[in-house]
Design a protein. Structure first.
Length: 352
């Protein structure tokens, strides 16, 4: 039998009209991906397969996107996005045996209602992920079916939150206490217009073929490096060759931390300085920052900054990373991790 062992919530940082609203580089896949990452945690058993049950409207790439995000074989199933179907599926999984399963419900109501800041959900945009695993002491998670006119994400967020006594406190991770009105102001028009960007564009700059983009997903999405058992050098991004001794054998995957990186350099990209892939972003929202972030001792990567105004992030700040949309290319959005400022990072910088 399976039982719910962890619940994770993700609520976007932006707020408009007292509701949380997704940024221009967020969609249901990025919302759901963040919730799934928080629920799944860091695991070193890549042979373990998982079922992923999707509730909501996700882009087509979700079928291969969630397996790539988890770094393992995954069976992805789509469901109607209503609360009744979520409760029924949860009950069916609890009553069956098998490997791990994740139910993820994501909603961006402001993208479908056509009215910025309008939503039938008390929180607005949100994603919730339920992680179920085999347990000898399984007990059902009491998620009522509720009215089918409410979305799965809305009911999951509010009803799961009220059931915290059913699980250990550590089993709830993420933004359960996020107050809808406390987010930072966002440009709702930019967020909605991003859906209309030309996804058939072809780069005139540093073009990355789709095959190479997919090949690099373990490093770019999951921060997988390689450690050499001969010279103990850590190579990131992973290249299949040790960057010091050039050996191709004896390389072990090493997961780098996704959060808590330190900004060691930062620059602002203004109009005219951006790669052509980012033309629509700059034309719509102006300059953006790019930061060189140290993820671990001596291991650095370059990340675009999001959820911040140009100039907000400075050297010495601590940042986390989230999966976000990068740019549209060849008929689909491409995704990658971006740096997100943290209150802790700013507090440390501002200390006398």
């Amino acid at each position: 039998m399976r039982s719910v062992v962890r619940l994770a919530a993700y609520v976007p940082a932006g707020s408009l009209g007292g509701l949380r609203i997704g940024a221009f580089d967020e969609d249901t896949f990025t919302l759901g991906a963040t919730a799934v990452e928080r629920a799944w945690g860091e695991r070193d058993s890549p042979s373990e397969s998982v079922e992923v049950h999707l509730f909501g409207e996700y882009p087509k790439m979700a079928e291969w996107g969630f397996p790539a995000l988890l770094g393992r074989e995954a069976k992805v199933l789509r469901h109607p996005g209503d609360a009744g179907e979520l409760a029924r599926t949860l009950q069916e999984l609890e009553e069956s045996s098998g490997g791990p399963a994740i139910l993820v419900a994501a909603e961006l109501p402001e993208r479908t209602s056509g009215r910025p800041g309008h939503s039938s959900s008390p929180v607005g945009a949100a994603a919730v992920a339920f992680l179920l695993e085999h347990s000898s002491a399984a007990r059902p998670f009491p998620l009522e079916k509720g009215g089918t006119n409410r979305s799965a994400a809305d009911v999951a967020f509010h009803r799961a939150k009220r059931r915290e006594a059913r699980l250990k406190p550590s089993a709830y991770v993420g933004d359960w206490d996020a107050a809808p009105a406390d987010g930072r102001p966002v440009n709702a028009d930019l967020a909605r217009h991003a859906a209309d960007w030309d996804i058939s564009a072809v780069s005139e700059g540093a073009y990355v073929p789709r095959a190479r983009y997919l090949e690099n997903l373990p490093s770019r999405w999951r921060f997988v490096a390689e450690e050499c058992d001969n010279c103990h050098e850590v190579t990131f991004p992973a290249r299949g060759t040790c960057q010091r001794c050039r050996r191709r054998d004896g390389l072990a995957p090493l997961l780098l931390p996704k959060d808590g990186g330190r900004v060691v350099a930062v620059t602002t990209i203004g109009k005219g300085g951006q790669p052509t892939e980012f033309d629509p972003q700059v034309e719509s929202s102006g300059p953006y920052q790019v930061a060189l972030v140290e993820l671990a001792n001596g291991i650095r990567t370059t990340l675009q900054v999001t959820d911040a105004t140009a100039g907000e992030v400075r050297v010495g700040d601590v940042v986390n990373t989230l999966l976000r949309r990068l740019y549209p290319m060849e008929g689909e959005w491409r995704y990658g991790r971006k740096a997100v400022p943290t209150l802790m990072g700013k507090a440390e910088r501002d200390e006398p």
